[in-house]
Design a protein around this ligand. Structure first.
Ligand code: CUA
Length: 323
């Protein structure tokens, strides 16, 4: 049952299964809190009335104790609240871990707009189109200050931080248009940093993608940037400078000069482009210059998508994502 169909509750629509479960969790928790707190206030009122000044009642210490009652009023509320701990932890865990096969969309926050980049290369400002019933992961990063992407209809929110990728995910199960907000005060026009989420039926979404389509996928766009920023001169097989080949690097452990290893995920590759001196790769001289301040966030996304697409070692990089 979808609680948000009752407008008196003043809740935004709940457009995903997790959103509905979150509503139930909050409602049930509120009910339990009332159940536990109400007897305390009823008792307080009764005692204040019964033992008021001037009334002739017994005020001494009562003999004998009811141990069952005393243990009961501690253990029962404890167990009841533990149930909510387990329930809340389960919803949180589900909210935290996107299912395999989710579509990844990149969100870049800046003062004061949102830019979204789809895997097919389509990008949009302050609007986000997604298909119904398909898990969507939004990978977020900020180009300036801290923002926060908040989608009330999905009951999710995630901080958008400079220099660090964060993510949230949802699976919409009701088509419609829902509001999105920046929920972190980020300067003068913070209140205008909002947008609309369009949840579309799959066929409509395909039509939208085709209509908004660009010639290149994100990875193909990244391949062009890989050449124009000069990365290809050192990192392609056969380059004159001895630099690590990037084929097959993504998602695998990279040995570091200090003896450890780091898995090459989006954050690692981004750090390596912007601050290559921070962690030295084993077996190579650290000669790569920093690209900090030269490559904006919305170009790092396709660059990383391209590196991700360079599947097995020695594969011919062709700019197409590896399936
Ligand atoms: Cu961005 Cu508030």
């Amino acid at each position: 049952m979808n609680l948000s169909q009752y407008p008196l509750l003043l809740w935004p629509p709940a457009a995903s299964a997790i959103a509905q479960e979150t509503d139930w969790l909050i409602l049930a928790w509120t009910a339990l809190a009332l159940l536990l707190v109400a007897p305390v206030f009823v008792g307080m009122t009764w005692f204040a009335f019964h033992f008021r000044a001037g009334r002739n009642v017994h005020r001494g210490v009562r003999e004998g104790r009811n141990h069952l009652l005393e243990v009961g009023w501690m253990v029962i509320p404890f167990v009841l609240t533990l149930i909510f701990f387990a329930w809340g932890a389960r919803v949180f865990d589900e909210d935290w871990h996107p299912p395999a096969g989710a579509t990844e969309i990149h969100a870049i926050g800046r003062q004061w707009m949102w830019k979204f980049q789809h895997p097919g290369g389509q990008s949009e400002i302050n609007d986000l189109h997604v298909p119904l019933g398909q898990p969507i992961v939004i990978s977020e990063i900020s180009q300036d200050v801290i923002h926060s992407l908040y989608i009330p209809a999905m009951r999710i929110q995630m901080e958008t931080l400079p220099d660090r990728y964060t993510r949230l995910w949802f699976k919409a199960d009701r088509p419609g248009v829902y509001r999105m907000f920046c929920s972190e005060y980020c300067g003068t026009d913070h209140s205008k940093m909002d947008g609309e989420l369009y949840v579309m039926k799959p066929a409509d979404y395909e039509a939208w993608l085709a209509h908004a389509g660009t010639a290149d996928s994100l990875a193909a766009e990244g391949k062009v940037l890989f050449s124009s920023y000069g990365c290809a001169g050192c990192h392609l097989p056969g380059a004159t400078v001895r630099a690590p080949s990037l084929a097959g690097v993504y998602g695998n452990p990279v040995p570091m000069a200090d003896g450890g290893t780091i898995v090459a995920d989006d954050s690692y590759i981004r750090d390596k482009i912007l601050d290559p001196d921070a962690r030295k790769v084993a077996g190579y001289k650290q000669i790569m210059p920093s690209f900090k301040g030269q490559i904006p966030e919305d170009r790092l996304v396709p660059l990383i998508a391209y590196i991700k697409s360079l599947g097995a070692p020695n594969a011919e990089p062709n700019g197409e994502p590896t399936p």
